[in-house]
Design a protein around this ligand. Structure first.
Ligand code: ATP
Length: 351
């Protein structure tokens, strides 16, 4: 009676022992993953770490060397791309230039043989979702880059896929527009409730939008966690450095400052910068050093301090009224750094 039992809540996407080699190169080195329905999931990692290859295997554009891919519990590993209930949005989104925005969005439905009326209704709806109502009659070259990217998104959403795969879709936009689109994209995803699998090498982008993030390194997942967990409790020195500023304390330096052996991080915004002769506060961690560099960032100031015990730490301070000029003149001065003990985070180290 247990045979063929289907899990009541199958994962939207499951990857089982997924591998891909190109000749000598191992692009993806054994990935296991379960994505929840409606989740905004990001794959974050440096160039060449295997993110795009995983995405292309989920889409069906690339055949795994080993492993299985399941969508909603059904094994699709051997299915052609068009048979899978997924859509992909690329960075280079290539709209049809000779078609209107509405025709571009309708295109996929026309290919599927959806009748004209339904096509229209759904395309108009999709344009509303991406906040482009009223733009249907324009040609792509009459739109800004951000608007074109939204059309590409509408073109994918109109098919109402269970899973939307996005490969650096904001990569071609300038920084300001990119930051705006991040917030909007997250809001849209929440509205439509589709599972998003988002590839990026921009840590801030991943932190801003994701429910969970997989950090890729050399074809493997180095850590899989929520943005807060990743930032506050990185599992390895790689993650600590890739997501945020690493600020590592290790070896003799850790022993001198913390009285502990091992590998630790303390995030820059947790550290207070004081004058060197300030009394050490009980119950806190403290280290003295000399300011090597001060960088003005507008809303904040970043200070690099060479520690007397060896190594260096970066301190990030919000610029409140009046205090900025004093900070900028600290180069070469002796200082004391202090942080609460709970902000010294032990790093798990790669498994
Ligand atoms: P990026 O952020 O630069 O897109 P990525 O993390 O998405 O990088 P992949 O594109 O998945 O990385 O590439 C992973 C590895 O596989 C790289 O070493 C890459 O050179 C290699 N690779 C990817 N596609 C092919 C291919 N078609 N033929 C040969 N090698 C490939």
């Amino acid at each position: 009676a247990q045979a063929q039992t289907v899990a009541t809540e199958a994962a939207a996407v499951s990857l089982r022992g997924l591998r891909k080699t190109f000749g000598e190169v191992t692009a993806v080195d054994g990935i296991d993953l379960d994505l929840t329905e409606g989740e905004f999931f990001s794959m974050l990692g440096p160039s060449g770490s295997g993110k795009t290859t995983v995405l292309r295997m989920i889409a069906g554009f690339e055949t795994p060397t080993a492993g299985r891919i399941l969508l909603g519990g059904a094994d699709v590993t051997d299915q052609a791309p068009y048979a899978r209930d997924v859509n992909t949005v690329f960075q280079d989104y290539a709209l049809f230039p000779h078609m209107s925005v509405l025709q571009n969005v309708e295109y996929g439905l026309r290919v599927k043989g959806v009748d004209r009326r339904n096509r229209r209704t759904r395309a108009v709806e999709a344009l509303e979702t991406v906040r482009l109502e009223g733009y249907g009659d324009r040609r792509p070259n009459q739109l800004s880059g951000g608007q074109q990217q939204r059309v590409a998104l509408a073109r994918a959403l109109v098919n109402r896929p269970k899973v939307l795969l996005l490969d650096e879709p904001l990569g071609a936009l300038d920084l300001k527009l990119r930051r705006e689109m991040q917030i909007e994209l997250k809001a849209m995803q929440r509205d439509v409730g589709i599972t998003f699998v988002f590839v990026t090498h921009d840590q801030e982008e991943a932190l801003t939008m994701s429910d969970r993030i997989a950090v890729f390194n050399g074809g493997r997942i180095e850590q899989l966690a929520t943005p807060v967990e990743l930032y506050e409790h990185p599992a390895s020195a790689f993650v600590a450095g890739f997501v945020g500023t690493s600020n590592l304390l290790e070896g003799d330096v850790a022993t001198a400052i913390l009285g502990m052996d091992g590998l630790f991080t303390v995030r820059p915004e947790k550290i207070r910068l004081q004058s060197r002769d300030a009394a050490a506060e009980p119950g806190t961690c403290t280290a003295t050093g000399v300011v090597r560099e001060v960088v003005y960032l507008g809303s904040a100031t970043q200070t690099v301090v060479d520690l007397d015990a060896g190594g260096s730490l970066i301190v990030l301070q919000q610029n409140r009224q009046g205090s900025v000029q004093d900070k900028l003149e600290l180069r070469g001065t002796g200082v004391r750094l202090t942080w609460d003990r709970e902000h010294t985070v032990a790093i798990g180290g790669p498994q």
